[in-house]
Design a binder for this molecule. Structure first.
Ligand SMILES: Nc1ncnc2c1ncn2[C@@H]1O[C@H](COP(=O)(O)OP(=O)(O)OP(=O)(O)O)[C@@H](O)[C@H]1O
Length: 317
């Protein structure tokens, strides 16, 4: 089968999932993942991230909808679709009595790939596992076991790597090694999809962001665009003399008096042409409020994420 290299590597259309008890975990998901991108799927606990990943990887069946992976239908062409995927799950379940070397070779063999010792050696070296290749998996530390999970997922040279909560409970060194590897894989054309609770990680790594809440994909957007569109900037003025309250006449600015009356925060939309800052400073001056320092900061992806989730719950952002 010839696959159009410009077509999405993952294409999900109208995917719903109702678990046996009747719980609707995914609602009408439409999602396209481009070849070679790093896509971060964000959402609060129980939003449906693992369910969606598990369906794409063929571990859980969708109740309705279609999904193709590299042009292959995940139900009709399960083996071909699954062969395109490497999945790093949250926990290690099997192979505890095997050596590291045996378990990664076995993972490769599962997909019918010919042995390739130099490739597997590179994977183990990149993950600082080479010295442990003859150790039984059960004797390894938790961090080393996580490295084995990544090695197993990469053993068959997948086109797509799924990382489900890769940073949960791992130390700084492994996190750095992992992200260095993710960048290398991406440079070689691998598509990476990750779920994470460490939103700064998504801000750092991802090309695109999907936000899922209560089974619904509420946003799918290029990261830069998302941050430009929904980001806010904040100007913080440090006052020369602290004040107890803001004088009347400044209500329309929605200012926040903080740090015991020592600072005033002003949030403005990065999309507006006019920031309103010159006018604000003039107005403050007219009210006799003098400042000795001013600094500005931008909202993080985390701020944007929290406000998106609040909005989708119908709360004030
Ligand atoms: N096998 C199951 N049977 C019934 N309900 C399930 C099953 N698996 C998951 N759920 C429910 O579906 C919802 C989505 O779960 P899922 O694990 O996909 O969320 P998640 O976004 O990955 O959460 P987390 O961030 O906590 O890992 C949750 O409410 C969960 O309780």
């Amino acid at each position: 089968m010839v696959v159009d290299q410009n077509s999405p590597i993952i294409f999900a259309h109208g995917v719903n999932k109702t678990y046996a008890g009747g719980f609707l975990a995914l609602k009408n998901i439409h999602l396209e993942i481009a070849r070679g991108e790093i896509f971060a799927l964000l959402g609060p606990n129980g939003a449906g991230k693992t369910t969606l990943i598990s369906i794409i990887c063929g571990i859980v069946n969708a109740s309705s909808g279609t999904i193709t992976v590299d042009g292959q239908d995940i139900v009709k062409d399960f083996r071909a679709a699954r062969a395109a995927i490497g999945l790093v799950p949250q926990e290690l379940h099997t192979d505890a009595f095997e050596t590291v070397w045996a378990t990664v070779n076995f993972s490769r063999g599962l997909f019918g790939k010919a042995p390739n010792a130099p490739y597997l050696e590179k994977v183990l070296r990149d993950l600082t596992l080479w010295d442990k290749r003859d150790a039984k998996v059960m004797t390894l530390s938790g961090g080393m076991k996580r490295r084995v999970l990544i090695a197993k997922a990469l053993a068959h040279e997948p086109l797509i790597l799924f990382l489900d909560e890769p940073s949960a409970g791992v130390d700084v060194e492994l996190r750095h090694d992992m992200w260095r590897m993710v960048r290398e894989l991406r440079a070689q054309g691998t598509t990476i999809i990750l779920t994470t609770h460490y939103i700064e990680e998504a801000e750092d790594m991802a090309d695109r962001i999907g936000v899922i809440n209560k089974g619904e994909l509420i946003v799918v957007e290029d990261k830069e665009v998302l941050m430009r569109k929904l980001g806010k900037k904040q100007l913080t003025l440090t006052l020369r003399h602290p004040i107890n309250s803001l004088p009347a006449g400044l209500e329309s600015w929605s200012l926040i008096l903080a740090e015991g009356g020592h600072t005033v925060d002003y949030r403005y939309n990065t999309q507006e042409d006019e920031t309103g800052i010159p006018e604000l400073l003039r107005t403050l001056g007219e009210h006799g409020i003098d400042f000795k320092d001013l600094r500005s900061s931008e909202s993080s992806l985390e701020d944007i994420f929290v406000s998106l989730i609040q909005q989708s719950r119908g709360e004030a952002a």
